[in-house]
Write a protein that binds this ligand. Structure first.
Ligand SMILES: Cc1cc2nc3c(=O)[nH]c(=O)nc-3n(C[C@H](O)[C@H](O)[C@H](O)COP(=O)(O)O)c2cc1C
Length: 210
């Protein structure tokens, strides 16, 4: 009897205060719910200067730093091995963080060799404030995905909780959450459910494409 080939979904993120991490875990959970799917959860490398100036001596950031030490740093081979990828970043001035941008900037060889072409992909983010740039971050995160030839996917409005006018996340461009100015808010259950729905959707499409 032929052994079914398992499909690999990579969820790679950066998070300083844990909100994007929670979305990443929900995306991973959604992808894992699809049969024949193996999920790789990875963080991106932290910059030494951020470690020294923003994490060391800051109790909240230190706690999240320690929580993430068991999660492996994303390598180029993880990106190569993945059949589908979901990228997550907190918003920085309406854009992705430099740490996630650094991951994209390290992908020249993969781009030259067309190694990411045809792989389904999606994005998610966290902002401090309601109108802090969730959509701009998500849309600009999609630009490198298009250069890489990936198949960019979002969240359809048929997903529960997508049509709303509440102070919470959930956009057609990707899952989001509102962290609060001091990171004092937690992702709402709807934010996590929408993140889970994107993970499941990307995994299902990736399985179909294999
Ligand atoms: C340099 C910098 C720029 C930021 N720019 C924005 C911004 O444009 N809009 C916003 O709502 N929050 C902004 N924030 C807040 C972060 O988005 C917030 O800390 C993050 O969403 C929390 O996610 P995390 O818990 O995964 O680190 C900024 C934070 C920093 C450090």
């Amino acid at each position: 009897m032929a052994v079914e080939k398992s499909v690999k979904i990579l969820v790679v993120y950066y998070s300083l205060y844990g909100h994007t991490l929670q979305l990443a875990q929900a995306v991973a959970e959604g992808a894992k719910s699809v049969s024949n799917v193996e999920v790789m959860l990875r963080r991106v490398e932290e910059f030494e200067v951020v470690k020294q100036k923003a994490i060391d001596g800051n109790d909240a950031a230190q706690k999240i730093w320690e929580q993430q030490q068991d999660i492996r740093v994303c390598s180029l081979d993880d990106l190569r091995a993945a059949n589908g990828v979901v990228f997550g970043s907190p918003t920085r001035f309406g854009n992705m963080s430099a740490q996630i941008k650094q991951l994209f900037d390290s992908m020249t060889k993969l781009w030259l060799n067309g190694e990411m072409e045809g792989k389904p992909a999606g994005v998610f983010t966290s902002t401090a404030s309601t109108h802090g740039g969730q959509e701009t971050t998500l849309l600009t995160m999609m630009v490198p995905l298009l250069h890489l030839g990936m198949i960019v996917m979002g969240v359809p409005y048929s997903v529960d909780g997508m049509i709303h006018n509440e102070a919470r996340g959930g956009t057609p461009y990707g899952p989001t959450t509102i962290a609060g100015g001091q990171g004092e808010l937690e992702p709402k259950p709807e934010d996590l459910a929408i993140a889970k729905a994107l993970g499941k959707r990307i995994a299902e499409v990736t399985v179909k494409l294999q």
